[in-house]
Design a protein around this ligand. Structure first.
Ligand SMILES: Nc1ncnc2c1ncn2[C@@H]1O[C@H](COP(=O)(O)OP(=O)(O)O)[C@@H](O)[C@H]1O
Ligand SMILES: [Mg+2]
Length: 500
């Protein structure tokens, strides 16, 4: 008996089928590009110029600073308006970056001279940079966008901009001139993907050319001015080794995750927003064999699979007329006709849950997805309600049976209150007992206390189960010994018994 499903090899072609096309020289194949293809050229900002006060983050401004800012904005507005009057913006857009910058530099210098504004060279440089960013780029956001250590940028109206660095949210002193300045930047971002944001369509999702995800919600829905949220695209995704280094998982836990990826277990990654679900999914995909045909479905392409045989699919929002939307469900359904061996769904949020479970259940072993929930149990009930809300009138028992026969393991990611990200559970879905789904924790993170700096102290441990249900699978892929070793090694109770 092989766990719940009979086949381990995915839908490996039978003898009658033509042989699977082998990539002739995998090493010479181009790697999956790190960032999305650039559709709209992003203004290139010279990093050395990014000294725009984004590094010295302050939490409270003094009255003096506020006054200084106000004067600065007034001067800048005056120069900016004069600039707009004297140049043809559409022509500027056709010029290359450097030429456009030079053009602006010349005109601004002229305006400053004409208006006899008193300014030091460095003030003038700062001002010029600000103006170039406004005209050619994303305004005050440019310095933040250029930084690689920022995970999220959150703009709440024109005067407040928060960033997340190292798991902690901080207020920056990046500000917009006023609400219309902020709206202009929002508009510039969303117009690149052919969308519009204004009072009549105040909610908009978009993406920056570098792959960062953007959400804008404008007044009147956002009461205190437009709210702009950017999830920065990380070019270098974290690897499982790095997660171990950051103590997000113990080396043994990482070994269990590696085995899960390798033995084609169906895995659901659960976690809150920004808890590291996508990162974890990306790590797990590293253990997919080179010759497997993998299809990924995402709302915006974030995963970076290194295998040669990958088809990447992306959903599409409706256009301005409200037409042409392609949902996640459409993609997952279509996937099934593309002879996938594994299907990877970036984020399961709706009725596509049903199709993903079906895929997992019909020979696409090793399929994976992420889902928003705070515990493995909650993940299961979320999955059930997604299917119910998708309009399938199935009895809940049937849905639960479908879930148990599809999902092997749930991995829970969490962002703890000290800002650290941890993998808190690796739990197995065992089966049904009456009406209830039975799960079993294999790996857990215990919080033991807090140090003087407010950082949580904890440890990862296995729960003492050394023969999880996927042991059969591990044996089939010749990983059983590794699995048993990893689980025994991290069984804390057993260790303390041995030591006493
Ligand atoms: N274990 C981790 N340690 C430190 N940073 C992490 C970890 N996992 C993810 N991150 C960072 O957190 C941010 C959000 O991660 P992501 O995987 O996109 O979250 P989610 O998909 O859950 O919203 C990213 O910038 C990512 O690099
Ligand atoms: Mg994600």
């Amino acid at each position: 008996m092989f766990g719940k499903r009979q086949s381990f090899g995915g839908n490996t072609p039978g003898a009658a089928e033509p042989p699977r096309p082998q990539p002739s020289a995998p090493s010479s194949l181009p790697a999956v590009p790190a960032a999305r293809p650039v559709d709209v050229p992003k203004p290139v900002v010279d990093a050395s110029l990014n000294r725009l006060r984004s590094d010295d983050i302050v939490d409270v401004r003094s009255a003096e600073a506020i006054q200084r800012d106000k004067e600065y904005f007034q001067t800048k507005s005056a120069i900016f308006n004069a600039l707009i009057d004297s140049i043809d913006l559409s022509q500027l857009a056709t010029m290359d970056q450097e030429a456009a910058r030079e053009e602006i530099r010349d005109i601004v210098a002229e305006i400053i001279a004409l208006k006899s504004i008193v300014m030091s060279i460095s003030e003038q440089e700062d001002l010029l940079e600000d103006i170039c960013n406004d005209v050619l780029g994303y305004g005050p956001l440019e310095p933040l966008l250029a930084r690689d250590d920022i995970a999220d940028i959150m703009v709440n109206g024109s005067q407040k901009c928060y960033i997340e660095v190292g798991g902690k949210v901080k207020l920056t002193n990046v500000r917009f001139r006023d609400d219309s300045h902020l709206m202009n930047v929002c508009q510039r971002i969303v117009s690149q993907v052919g969308r519009r944001v204004d009072e009549s369509s105040p909610i908009c999702d978009a993406r920056l050319p570098d792959g960062s995800r953007v959400n804008v919600i404008a007044p009147p829905l956002a009461i205190d001015g437009a709210a702009l949220t950017i999830r920065k695209f990380k070019k270098d995704k974290l690897t499982l080794q790095q997660l171990v280094k950051y103590n997000s998982i113990s080396p043994e836990g990482a070994e269990v995750l590696r085995i899960l990826g390798r033995v084609r277990a169906n895995v659901l990654i659960s976690g809150g927003t920004g808890s590291g679900k996508t990162t974890l999914l990306n790590c797990l995909t590293a253990f997919i064999e080179k010759d497997e045909r993998v299809i990924t479905c995402e709302d915006s392409a974030e995963l970076q699979l290194q295998q040669p045989h990958v088809v990447r699919l992306e959903t599409r929002p409706p256009n301005l007329e409200g037409e042409g939307e392609i949902t996640m469900r459409d993609l997952v359904k279509n996937c099934l006709r593309m002879r996938p061996e594994r299907i990877i769904v970036g984020e399961v949020r709706g009725p596509e849950a049903f199709d993903l479970l079906q895929a997992m259940n019909t020979g696409h072993d090793g399929s994976m997805g992420t889902l928003h929930a705070n515990s493995p149990r909650e993940a299961l009930s979320r999955l059930e309600s997604m299917i119910t809300m998708g309009g399938y009138s199935l009895p809940s028992r049937t849905i639960r049976e479908m879930i148990t026969s599809s999902i092997d393991v749930i991995v829970q990611a969490a962002r703890l209150r000290d800002g650290s990200r941890r993998i808190t559970h690796i739990s197995e879905v065992l089966g049904m007992e009456g009406e209830v789904i039975v799960t079993q924790d294999i790996f857990l993170y215990d919080i033991l206390g807090e140090d003087s700096g407010g950082n949580l102290i904890g440890r990862h441990r296995s729960t003492g189960i050394t023969k999880p249900q996927f042991t059969e699978r591990a044996r089939y892929f010749n990983e059983e010994a590794n699995l048993v070793e990893a689980l025994e090694k991290s069984n804390v109770e057993q260790h303390s018994l041995l030591n006493n």
